[in-house]
Design a binder for this molecule. Structure first.
Ligand SMILES: [Zn+2]
Length: 290
């Protein structure tokens, strides 16, 4: 009797400690090229970018205690066809989470990013490095748009592009419950899915909230109660013309729960307040974030 009671107490204690301490420790590392291409002030923007997400994300829903390192690299590619690619990013490795009762996936496990890789365009056509671009790419490196299929909240209609996919889902329709509820509250009360970008080609289509129609024309008139335009949302596929207009929606924030994260209970202040105002858009053409 006493033995089993001791074991029970020990396991409860262990659970209690894990639920309090479990968290993700975020780091940034730079390739030799990135160290060479970015000034210390620019490198600081990446540290700030990771801190932006660290302030939103608490941990993983399976209570794992983990370290996540974002590796930053550079490339140089000129504008082409009216747009310039600012960067690209995704998980550098993925793994199955522990079982999370009630998770939206078929086996109650999430597929999580073990680390991230992000590349940024240093070509002059890409303009100066913007905080919103960095935040956007880190979002992908964490799994936004890149682990949607793996976590069964989206189906791009192309078998082979994910480890698994949302059975019954169709291209252009994100169905993760947490983000969808936020989207209904913020942008469209009657929405039955969150529209996903299908324009912009490989790397832009299927990985962002929708901001253009099938012909590539920018959608208009979709705003939240604060008047913020969905086209300026951080995780759409095209950068905002004005850096100061860029904002992170509650939709994006809640989408992190759909792919296995927990969030800090106290939300950040409005992201528009956090965005630096010193970043200036240099190009009149559309800037593709990827
Ligand atoms: Zn992107």
């Amino acid at each position: 009797m006493s033995t089993s009671s001791t074991i029970l107490k020990a396991s409860l204690l262990a659970f209690s400690i894990a639920s309090v301490q479990a968290a993700i420790t975020f780091n940034v590392s730079f390739t030799a090229d990135a160290m060479n291409d970015f000034t210390p002030a620019e490198q600081q923007l990446f540290t700030d970018g990771i801190a932006f997400w660290d302030n939103i994300i608490d941990g993983h829903q399976d209570n794992g205690n983990r370290t996540y390192t974002l590796t930053v690299d550079t490339f140089s590619t000129p504008a082409s066809g009216g747009s310039v690619t600012l960067g690209s990013a995704g998980p550098s490795s993925v793994f199955f989470s522990g079982v999370v009762a009630g998770a939206n996936t078929s086996d109650e496990r999430f597929i999580l990013a073990g680390g991230g890789s992000a590349r940024f365009n240093t070509h002059p056509d890409a303009g100066s490095l913007r905080a919103s671009t960095i935040r956007h790419e880190i979002g992908h490196a964490l799994g936004i748009g890149t682990l949607w299929e793996d976590n069964e909240v989206y189906n791009d209609g192309n078998s082979g592009t994910g480890n698994r996919s949302l059975v019954g889902g169709i291209p252009g329709e994100y169905l993760g419950a947490n983000a969808l509820a936020a989207y209904q509250a913020e942008f469209d009360a009657s929405a039955t899915f969150i529209p996903v970008e299908l324009s912009g080609g490989s790397g832009t289509a299927h990985g962002h909230w929708d901001e253009s129609d099938d012909s590539g024309r920018s959608l208009t008139g979709i705003t939240n109660a604060s008047g913020q335009d969905l086209r300026d949302e951080l995780m759409t596929g095209f950068a905002s013309p004005n850096e100061a207009d860029s904002f992170l929606s509650e939709t994006s924030r809640q989408s992190l729960i759909d792919i296995g994260f927990t969030l800090h209970s106290i939300p950040e202040p409005s992201s528009s307040l956090l965005l630096g105002l010193g970043f200036t858009a240099l190009l009149s053409g559309r800037r593709r974030k990827k």
